[in-house]
Design a protein around this ligand. Structure first.
Ligand code: PGA
Length: 255
């Protein structure tokens, strides 16, 4: 696994264009004033309408831009969708795929995730594949199976070229947005299962060099260190903590 850490903030549908631009400006000012720790990639993922504006505002800063979804086709009659090349042209270098909110509200499944991952990689966008069990799945003892299935199906037939990088975000669905993060041991076990699934798919040197596992679900400035201290967790995916500039910067410094 890489030594570099990563913090990704998913702004979801929380901010309009003005709100996104304001947050980007606030983050830049805080970063310029108090600096950001070396060795940490920081990515913000605004809604589609704000990607280009936030990308312009972050020009020359340490912040990179991501998107919250992508469609698998390049161009055509696909009302409401957006392609990897369009995201790239707007300034994104990374894209979240298969977030549990999309799986839940939009019926996104592993086959769709797989096509989206391939589309992202074809434009050299880094896919952040979200995997995680629901509360019922955990209660019934299916967590490991769900994680392995989501990783393996999501990455099936994906030829990782030398320059490609893939991030897997372990996000227990039942924890997202609750403010109650899980025991680090559970995240540690999930990262073992995810790594094993990656090793089933790719040679281990590719897994080491080109994949990263992160944790998401109610991460804040107080609990972040417990997760990034786990040997296989190299960063976090934030929801609520990523739309408050002060909290976000504090969290990065507490990492
Ligand atoms: P949360 O969201 O940090 O608000 O729990 C995490 C996510 O949805 O990725």
């Amino acid at each position: 696994m890489r030594e570099q850490r990563i913090v990704i903030a998913n702004w979801k549908m929380q901010l309009d264009l003005n709100g996104s631009m304001q947050l980007a400006q606030d983050l830049r000012i805080s970063a310029d004033t108090i600096g950001l720790p070396a060795g940490t990639d920081i990515v913000v993922c605004p809604s589609f309408d704000a990607i280009a504006a936030v990308s312009d505002l972050m020009e020359g800063s340490p912040f990179r831009i991501g998107a919250q979804d992508v469609f698998w086709q390049e161009r055509g009659a696909y009302t409401g969708e957006i392609s990897a090349s369009m995201l790239k042209a707007a300034g994104a270098s990374l894209v979240i795929i298969g977030h549990s909110e999309r799986r839940k509200y939009l019926g996104e499944d592993d086959a769709m995730v797989n096509k989206k991952v391939k589309a992202a990689l074809s434009e050299h966008l880094v896919p952040v594949i979200c995997v995680g069990e629901t509360y019922e799945e955990r209660r019934e003892g299916h967590t490991d199976l769900i994680l392995a299935r989501q990783v393996i199906e999501g990455l099936k037939g994906v030829p990782l070229e030398r320059a490609d990088h893939v991030i897997i975000a372990y996000e227990p669905v039942w924890v997202i947005g609750t403010g109650q993060a899980i025991e680090p041991g559970m995240a540690g076990h999930a990262s073992d299962v995810i790594e094993q699934s990656l090793i089933d798919l790719f040679p281990s040197e590719i897994v080491d060099r080109q994949t990263t596992i992160i944790y998401g679900g109610s991460v804040n400035d107080k609990n972040i260190r417990k997760y990034v201290a786990l040997p296989k967790i190299q960063g976090v995916l934030l929801g609520a903590a990523g739309i408050d500039a002060e909290l976000f910067i504090r969290l990065i410094h507490n990492m």
